[in-house]
Design a protein around this ligand. Structure first.
Ligand code: PAF
Length: 282
């Protein structure tokens, strides 16, 4: 596995592979790999000839009071894990290599970023869309894999690729969970023992919400009220950022559930902002 830090070197290598007719796969990440990241790499590996994993803690998707400076990292560990998954290139640029001091071009899809994480993290999706577009321009992937834990991000990237005619297939990977149901996240490392013990209740609540809907409940507010009460008792140290039922493609809140619904939650538990979701078919 090659480690490349220079964006232009990556681009030249990928253009060469394109000329040779090789299929390129991309897994964009911010590092500190857990099994969720490895599942993205495993999914991408058979879909391409050359697998690129990017490792870049993208500063433009963090708000002022967020955890950019504290974001966990383990470059040597990540390198070994990416290599073990058959990665051809680990792309790990410096911030200054990705953003000129006078960087001025931004990509944004305000309508899809209005709710859920976009509501409480106003610059987040603009930063994600911009960096992902840059990664697409550099790596020229035929296929790129993103996790469904960040469902809104995945919906936004699908729309970005469609609207800008970017020739890449976007593949979603199901959420990878700990044995007690907690969705894997690099931010789980911030949890204290007590917080970690309470955190699986996030998933349990979502499963109960899905049951309610599958048993006939059609009023979104009733499901949200149920989840609010549930989390107040099961995660008393948590602060709910949002509990929402949205259309899974447009990420617009639903009042009445008449088709597929995404139940999505974000809860601040100590220093960790935990998100999870469940797609409910009716
Ligand atoms: O999901 C992530 O880890 C990031 O948002 C991404 C897609 C790598 C962009 O920085």
């Amino acid at each position: 596995m090659q480690v490349i830090t220079d964006p232009i070197e990556l681009q030249q290598q990928c253009m060469q592979w394109q000329r040779e007719g090789l299929k390129i796969g991309l897994v964009p990440t911010m590092g500190y790999f857990h099994d969720g990241h490895l599942a993205l790499m495993k999914k991408a590996r058979p879909l391409c000839d050359k697998l690129i994993v990017s490792l870049f803690v993208n500063p433009t998707q963090f708000g002022e009071n967020e955890d950019l400076d504290k974001y966990p990292h383990d470059f040597e560990g990540d390198k070994a894990k990416a290599e073990a998954q058959g990665t051809d290139i680990l792309f790990a640029p410096e911030k200054s290599a990705m953003y000129e001091a006078d960087h001025a071009t931004w990509i944004n899809i305000p309508s899809l970023g209005e709710h859920l994480c976009g509501a409480s993290r106003p610059v987040h999706f603009q930063g994600v869309c911009t960096v992902v577009t840059k990664l697409f321009m550099l790596a020229r992937p035929d296929v790129a894999v993103f996790g469904q834990k960040d469902w809104q991000q995945l919906a936004i990237i699908r729309r970005l690729v469609r609207d800008l005619n970017i020739p890449v297939e976007i593949v979603g990977q199901e959420i990878v969970r700990e044995s007690d149901g907690l969705a894997m996240s690099s931010r789980n490392a911030y949890l204290t023992e007590e917080e970690r013990a309470a955190a699986p209740a996030i998933r349990k609540g979502l499963l109960k919400a899905a049951d309610m809907i599958q048993s006939g409940e059609r009023t979104a507010q009733a499901v949200k009220d149920f989840l609010k009460k549930e989390y107040a008792s099961t995660i008393p140290m948590g602060t709910v950022d949002y509990i929402e039922l949205v259309d899974p493609n447009d990420i617009v809140p639903l009042k009445t559930i008449t088709g597929p619904a995404l139940a999505a939650v974000a809860i601040q538990v100590g220093k960790a902002r935990l998100i999870d979701n469940i797609l409910i078919e009716v």
